[in-house]
Structure formats: structure tokens, C-alpha cells
Design a protein around this ligand. Structure first.
Ligand code: GLC
Length: 565
């Protein structure tokens, strides 16, 4: 059997061996009956997280915020949003997690702040040292300084009547971009990072961090770019210097992990950030494998979405499992708070709900890199159906649909219905389905966002009670990963690259070899390869019985098996 070339065995570290669980606090668990999830609600569920076996929690923003973008618009980096609780509640959560050996990483949102942040309020008044904290430009009120577009739709500039200047916002108009060229901004950010690290956290997920450095002079972007201006703000001229400075002055002094969110980043580009001495990052969330079902103009392309091809997906994942994951390390994910539910997207949330959710789990937890599970994925939460824009809270969906109306691309919601129901970030944000109780046990009152009505069948309590459930499959895979170094540090070798239904690979470490075979389709598929093996053992399967030998056998719809060769 051919063995994948071992390029370099990276040093072992806790964050490489960890399984991370992402919590979107607003939708996780409401402890005080106001319809909004909160921090004591998370603390109540620490035992649940421990029983699942995860090692790290990534907590989405819990800082004080006016919530235009559900916390990604921060008003005060050092205080907790009232709706979520108090700093004492947050400290109690950290203690409860640490008491069970679960680490905590916080969301670091420093490309922008809220326009209600004190820095912005002072900046718009040209208040002394804060004058240059944001990116301000002159210009007549009818003509933005350049043609850049906001990620959420519409222009990336808003005219401020107080200061009589335009300010840049790559996201919503309530999220002005910080001016990273200003060393005082960087000093303030570093102080804040140190302040949180000193409180005992274990690292950060860095939001939209590849956008912090913009091209000198802010030139117009090419009009044929998917997002006009992107070429001038993604991976800008000083990005590596800024990140390395942050690392050297803060993170380097702590045993902390970092994972950087970098949309629109190629796999080689992502790897550049992991070179020692270049940025100080541990992992990058790159989105290439999550773009296979986009239209020609990105996610929000009318009438073009949802088509994807397993061979293309395999090629992209295999590419990332190469240098990125082998010389460095990969961040493995299929869902998050910005993406549709993975079982609805790449699985089958109807006839093969259980099988396909387990297949997805098998895939996520047997690749090389650190896996990130998004809340609810562990028992197969699905998308919902939105019938109108009134049911949507997400600032991005609303912005994108408004843009379609404004450009005359649509005249009614119906024309964008398919698109919205494919991409809306609210699919991931419907409340956690804890049980069959009213509002899925998430809250006693009306929840801030409607609960998916399939909660009677799909919920944590039911899943926990059934030994064969998706939840227990996650649990078993996490255990297996903890037990077998090969699943963590082994090399990855793809088999059958052109097979349109089967995704199969071998993980190798020293003398141990594991084979993963996934039939990523709703039709049976024959597994035929040149591999030779006498003694194989099934370590885990999502069907009741899977024969010991994988060779020359038909894999059933969405069958997923891990073998020891
Ligand atoms: C990231 C976050 C997303 C947020 C955006 C602006 O992409 O994941 O939720 O809206 O940054 O902060």
C-alpha cells in the first residue's frame, strides 16, 4: 500500500488534540425567561458539554452591544451585555468550564466596533486622540470616496452628518472599521486582549481578521470582483505585521490558541499566516470547501445556488489536507453561526437525516486538523423555512435582499425565497432544541427567533436517551479521536478521487492505518480500490452492522465506516 509522504510531523499541542464546540449565546439556553439565551444558561449546560466530550468552547460575542449584528458590533469590549448577564456570571462560566477541563476561547472582533462605542462617538466629534481611530474621508454627501461594497450589501461608506465626512464600514453601517494604521488603536486593542487573557481565557477566534489592513489611498476596486474593493482590504499590505505585533506583545506570553476567520482566502494564502514568525496564528478558518455550492457571483447569486459536486469538494478538502494541514494545521468545520445547517446543506434532512448527519460527523472528526462542532449539529438540527422577510433577524440576509430590490433584480420576496432559504444565517441561529417541551426547552417565554417546529423529534433529550442517535455517534467519534493519535496526527491520503459517491481516505501514523469510507449519496455504491489488506476491523459505523472487510462491497446510502487496516 502506498503511504502518504510524511512532510513534517508538527509538534504536539493541546489545541491540535482538542475538539471545539461553538456556542452562539443568544440561541443556546435562556435561564431567565426573557426569550434570549444567556451566560447562566450556558453554565447550566456545562455538564452537557462535558458529557459530549468536547475540550474547548468558542463563545461568540457576549460583550456589551446594541446588537445590530448580534454582538459583532461591540460597544464596550470589557463589559458583558445586560441581556446575557454580568461579569460575575461570565467568571462563573469560566470556572465551571475549567473545573471540567474545558477551555474557553472568546471572539475577538477588532476589524470594527459598534458606532455606539465611545471611540467612535469621540472620533465623530474629532475629539483629540480619537480623531483618527476610524477610516474617515472627505467628499460630497452624494458621492462615496470609492466604489467599495459592504459584505452585507450596499456601499461600504456612510456619510456622518456630525463630522461631515464619510466613514468606512466593510460590514453594516453600524460597524465602522477601525483604523489599524493608527498605533494608538493597536495599543488599545493589545491592552484589551491582555486584559481578557489575564482573566484566564484560553485563546481567541479572530473575527474577519484578514480585513484589518487596507491598501494605501483606498483605490477603487475592479468592478468585476465578487465584492468590489475586496482586493484592497483582504490581506492588505500590513496584515502580517499587525498580527505579529499583536502576537508578540500579548499572546506570546500565554498558553493560548488562536483561530482566525478569513473569508475569501485561498488555501496557500491561509498557510502563509501559519509560517512561524509571520503572524503568530495557530489556525485559519478558510472557506474554500464551503463555497462549492455558491453561484458564479458568490453566495447571494439569484437562481444559482445549491449545486455541488463531491469530486470538487474532495479536491478542495484534499488540497487543504496537504501543506496547510500537514506542514501547519487546519481548522475543520462544516457549520457555524453564519452558515446554513450542514445536514440540510450537504446531507439529507429527510429520508436519510440520521445516516447523513452521522456521515458528516464521521468526516468532520476523522480529518487532520482541529474539528469545530457548531451547537445543535451534534443531534442533527436542520434548516427552517422562511416565508417572509419579517421572520428574519439577520442583518446580512436583510441587507442582501434589500440590495436585490434596489438593483431591480427582484420585485417580491417570492423571487428571492429560494436564495434566502438556502443561505440565511438565521438557519443556524434558531434556538437550540433541548427537548420536546414548549419552545424546545430553550425558554419559558417567546423566543427572540422562532424555534424550528421539528423540535418534537429532533432535540438533545431524545438524542441522549437513544444509544444509536446522532449525538452518541458524535460522542463515540470524539472518544475515538481522543484515543487514537492517528486520527489527530496521522497523514491523509485520498482514495478514488473521481468517484462521484464515495469519499474514502487513509490516515497513517507510524505502523497504524485507518481507512474511512463515506458513501456521500442516497444510492448504494461499490467500493473497489487497489488496496490490499487481510485483517480489517470496523471501529465505528453508522449502520447497525457493517462487514469487517471494506473490499468489493456495496456501501449503503450515506453509510460511513471507520476501519483499522
Ligand atoms: C464575521 C462573523 C459574522 C459577523 C461579521 C462581522 O464574519 O462571523 O457573524 O457578522 O464577521 O463582524
Amino acid at each position: 500500500m502506498s503511504r502518504a509522504e510524511v512532510i513534517k510531523q508538527p509538534d504536539e499541542s493541546w489545541w491540535k488534540e482538542a475538539v471545539v464546540y461553538q456556542i452562539y449565546p443568544r440561541s443556546f439556553n435562556d435561564s431567565d425567561g426573557d426569550g434570549v439565551g444567556d451566560i447562566p444558561g450556558i453554565t447550566e449546560k456545562v455538564e452537557y458539554l462535558d458529557s459530549l466530550g468536547v475540550d474547548v468552547v468558542w463563545l461568540c460575542p457576549v460583550y456589551d452591544s446594541p446588537n445590530h449584528d448580534n454582538g459583532y458590533d461591540i460597544r464596550d469590549y470589557r463589559s458583558i451585555l445586560d441581556e446575557f448577564g454580568t461579569m460575575a456570571d461570565w467568571e462563573a462560566l469560566l470556572d465551571a468550564l475549567h473545573a471540567r477541563d474545558i477551555r474557553l476561547i472568546m471572539d475577538l472582533v477588532v476589524n470594527h466596533t459598534s458606532n455606539e462605542h465611545d471611540w467612535f462617538q469621540r472620533s465623530r466629534q474629532r475629539d483629540g486622540e480619537y480623531e483618527d481611530y476610524y477610516i474617515w474621508r472627505d467628499g460630497s454627501p452624494d458621492e462615496p470616496p470609492n466604489n467599495w461594497e459592504s459584505v452585507f450589501g450596499g456601499p461600504a461608506w456612510t456619510y456622518d452628518d456630525d463630522r461631515k465626512q464619510w466613514y468606512l464600514h466593510l460590514f453594516d453601517e453600524n460597524q465602522p472599521d477601525l483604523n489599524w494604521r493608527n498605533p494608538d488603536v493597536r495599543e488599545d486593542i493589545k491592552e484589551m486582549i491582555t486584559w481578557w487573557l489575564d482573566k484566564g481565557i484560553d485563546g481567541f477566534r479572530m473575527d474577519a481578521i484578514n480585513f484589518i489592513s487596507k491598501t494605501d489611498g483606498l483605490p477603487d476596486g475592479d468592478l468585476d470582483e465578487q465584492l468590489v474593493g475586496h482586493q484592497h482590504y483582504a490581506h492588505g499590505p500590513h496584515i502580517h505585521d499587525y498580527l505579529q505585533e499583536i502576537y508578540d506583545d500579548t499572546l506570546a506570553n500565554y498558553d493560548a490558541m488562536t483561530v482566525a476567520e478569513m473569508g475569501g482566502t485561498s488555501i496557500p494564502q491561509a498557510a502563509e499566516y501559519l509560517v512561524e514568525g509571520q503572524s503568530g496564528l495557530d489556525m485559519v478558518f478558510q472557506f474554500n470547501h464551503m463555497s462549492v455550492d455558491e453561484g458564479s457571483d458568490g453566495q447571494w447569486t439569484l437562481d444559482e445556488w445549491g449545486e455541488w459536486d463531491l469530486t470538487e469538494f474532495k479536491e478542495i478538502v484534499t488540497d487543504a489536507q496537504g501543506e496547510l494541514a500537514t506542514t501547519f494545521w487546519d481548522a475543520l468545520f462544516l457549520g457555524n453561526h453564519d452558515l446554513p445547517r450542514i445536514v440540510s446543506r450537504f446531507g439529507d434532512d429527510g429520508a436519510y437525516h440520521e445516516e447523513s448527519a452521522k456521515l458528516i460527523a464521521t468526516f468532520l472528526l476523522t480529518l487532520r486538523g482541529t474539528p469545530y462542532i457548531y451547537q445543535g449539529e451534534e443531534f442533527g438540527m436542520t434548516n427552517v423555512e422562511f416565508d417572509s422577510l419579517n421572520q428574519i433577524d439577520d442583518v446580512m440576509t436583510i441587507g442582501k435582499v434589500e440590495e436585490l430590490f434596489e438593483t431591480g433584480s427582484i420585485d417580491s420576496f417570492e423571487e428571492a425565497r429560494g436564495l434566502v432559504n438556502y443561505w440565511s444565517r438565521d438557519h443556524a441561529r434558531t434556538p437550540m432544541q433541548w427537548s420536546d417541551a414548549p419552545n424546545a426547552g430553550f425558554t419559558d417565554r417567546e423566543p427572540w427567533l422562532e424555534v424550528n417546529d421539528n423540535y418534537h423529534d429532533i432535540n438533545a433529550e431524545t438524542a441522549l436517551a437513544d444509544e444509536d442517535s446522532i449525538w452518541h455517534h458524535y460522542r463515540s467519534l470524539i472518544d475515538l479521536r481522543h484515543e487514537m493519535d492517528t486520527l489527530v496526527y496521522g497523514t491523509y491520503e485520498l482514495l478514488l478521487p473521481d468517484h462521484e459517491q464515495l469519499y474514502a481516505y487513509i490516515r497513517t501514523l507510524d505502523e497504524e492505518q485507518l481507512l474511512v469510507v463515506l458513501n456521500w449519496s442516497d444510492e448504494p455504491a461499490m467500493f473497489r480500490t487497489g488496496i490490499e489488506t487481510n485483517d480489517t476491523e470496523v471501529l465505528l459505523s453508522n449502520y447497525e452492522s457493517s462487514p469487517d472487510s471494506p473490499l468489493e462491497r456495496e456501501f449503503r446510502p450515506y453509510e460511513a465506516v471507520v476501519y483499522r487496516l
